[in-house]
Design a protein around this ligand. Sequence first.
Ligand code: GLU
Length: 439
Amino acid sequence: MVDTVRVRFAPSPTGALHIGGGHTALFNWLWARHTGGKFILRIEDTDRERSTQEYEETIMSGMRWLGLDWDEGPDTGGPYAPYRQSERLSLYRETADRLLREGKAYREGEAVIFKVPQGVSLAFDDVVYGQIQMLSDTLKDIVMIKSDGMPTYNYAAVVDDHAMEISHVIRGEDHISNTPKQLALYDALGWERPVFAHLPMILGKDKKKLSKRHGATSVYEYRDMGYMPDSVFNFLALLGWSPGDDLEIFSREEAAQMFDLSRVIKKPSVFDMDKLNHINQEHLKKLPPCERLALVEPFWREMGLPIDSHPREYLEASLTLLAGRGQTAREAAAYSDYFLDFGPVKERYESIEADGAQLEVLRRFNSELLALPEWNAEAMETFSREWSAANGVKMKDLAMPLRLCLTGMKVSPGVFEVAEHLGVREVRRRLEHYGVLQA
Ligand code: GLU
């Protein structure tokens, strides 16, 4: 058993934070938080041509969005700048010199190459995949430092994992094949190996490796679509791990408490949008009204709705009335637009499908409804029941046209709740517009 858990996420800044990278970062974070250990961010920017400062920044903001905070950096204090391999070149150089001196590496021009010893069994016990073994004879010699002076991934990762006292290397299963090479380096350097845990692949619903074809692949795209960071976190945590007892909805803190590296399964997991939608809906429901409003507001704004002409309490209550409708903030915004403005209702409204006779009935009913001494849903409900019984008209034949005039939709929260919330003046305005009040 290792005393202090120290884990790292080591992205190459050659693209945005993808689902796979976010997943790896998250499992490292969970393990650190579960054990009270440290989570380190190390930017592997040794590919000078493909690495950019911009990608580094997007990866970090993606991590911040998911709530994956890291605990260390080359500077003291914090919030920490990450470690960058490009700033650690002398360390790789010194270590390479040592292997050269010991005759375990050789030069080829400017490059330094590690001589893989023959006939050695390179075996490790992966936390997820179990025993994995390879004979060193199958490995070619390993380039450590390229002729441009930059270290290679396999070499720099070993030097850094050792220098940073990483206890557990948790990363994607695509690195299983690199592990024996890294083991050979650990052995040659006389360094203790970390524990390895490779995470299973993430597949699309068609069981093919996750790619653009399956939808958004970068973590940020989910933010822009209106997903909550808590639910993307929750969803990613369930790829390859589960807390058991069919528990599916949990917070970051709960996940950290329950997480166990030894419960990660090696079966590939499937990226299921329906599940993400369901999880997001559950997290949205749990939010206090002011936080829900903060999430939905940008989407209302994007739709051009007059947010600022309504009190905050009115806006919050509008979303509370939705009672969980809408799987994303974007959907919740779309399902509630009629509370903010009459415009979208007019755009959607087609017809109340009433012939002359019914129109007369609706006019009478609506006018009496508006004349109620008390403007609340309960009073409207009671009045409508009595009215429908007395006039031999079905409730739904009164409620549906009313709903269409107020919301422009066939499905909405209880129509009398909607009417109460809109207020009697706004309801009168909308009904007048459609000519369903008595002259
Ligand atoms: N830079 C490597 C990658 O992004 C890191 C792999 C590792 O965690 O060792 O795939």
